[in-house]
Design a protein around this ligand. Structure first.
Ligand code: C5P
Length: 245
């Protein structure tokens, strides 16, 4: 399930307020990356139009809109996103929502990723929202429910990857944001890992935004991260670098 070419494991988060800036970034990165994530900021700024363009140019597209609504709406929205030529779409890991998205993706190449628990939530946030479970239990419960619903993968923090991998084995793709090359600023990410550590802990794809998009040379920054991923495929990846904080 994990791509064999490290270059295919990097997903660049195109977090930009409008289409022009996103298109300039894609041009600057060139063939250093093959997979782009369009999130809410860009999508609601007209950036969803970039999805079919990227797909037509041979790039892969991750639409990160974290769907969650009544099943009919989720199913129909998922079908629309499949028509854009996207490869990945995120939905919240509620069983009803995951089943509806699965129905909407039927017959397309779209793969579904479930967001188990937002990494901005801790146990107190879940209790405040009325949940009976803490983060660790809820992540595990939803990982199992994602497998049962036929979901393709999970978005999780690098800190959770090894534990989820132990629960679901090879049944799900693991996609991790919060990745920082050694020495890079963590910015607002609280739990970060190096590319090598995330891969060693079982991540299949790494989502990286600012360390590439805010670098004066985004192409070189992407190349460096691909090189770090490639290094993690060596025989003892656990020695290749651990989390930064
Ligand atoms: O700039 P940075 O590398 O922190 O960007 C990470 C990307 O992954 C952003 O688009 C962010 O919204 C997304 N993301 C995240 N943490 C999650 C889920 C998504 O950082 N738990």
């Amino acid at each position: 399930m994990r791509p064999s070419d490290p270059r295919d494991q990097l997903i660049v988060a195109l977090d930009a307020p409008e289409l022009d800036r996103a298109e300039r970034l894609v041009a600057a990165i060139g063939d250093a990356a093959r997979f782009y994530k369009i999130g809410m900021e860009l999508a609601y700024g007209g950036g969803l139009a970039l999805a079919p363009k990227l797909a037509a140019s041979g790039k892969r597209v991750f639409v990160d809109l974290k769907l969650h609504d009544i099943p009919n709406t989720v199913e129909r929205a998922t079908a629309q996103i499949a028509r854009l030529g996207a490869t990945f779409l995120t939905v919240h890991a509620y069983p009803q929502t995951m089943r509806a998205a699965k129905a909407g993706a039927k017959g397309s190449r779209l793969k579904l990723l479930a967001v188990s628990v937002l990494t901005s939530s801790d146990d107190a946030d879940l209790a405040e929202a009325g949940y009976a479970y803490g983060v660790a239990e809820l992540v595990e419960r939803r990982a199992r429910q994602a497998v049962a619903a036929g979901i393709d993968g999970l978005v999780c923090s690098p800190a959770e990857a090894a534990k989820i991998r132990a629960v679901v084995g090879g049944a799900l793709l693991l996609v991790t944001p919060g990745v920082r090359p050694a020495g890079a600023a963590a910015s607002d990410q609280k739990r970060v890992a190096t590319p090598a550590a995330a891969i060693a802990d079982g991540a299949d794809y790494l989502v990286v935004g600012r360390p590439i998009t805010q670098d004066p040379d985004p192409r070189a920054a992407a190349e460096r991260i691909v090189a770090e991923i490639a290094g993690a495929h060596s025989p003892s990846p656990r020695e290749a670098g651990r989390g930064l904080g």
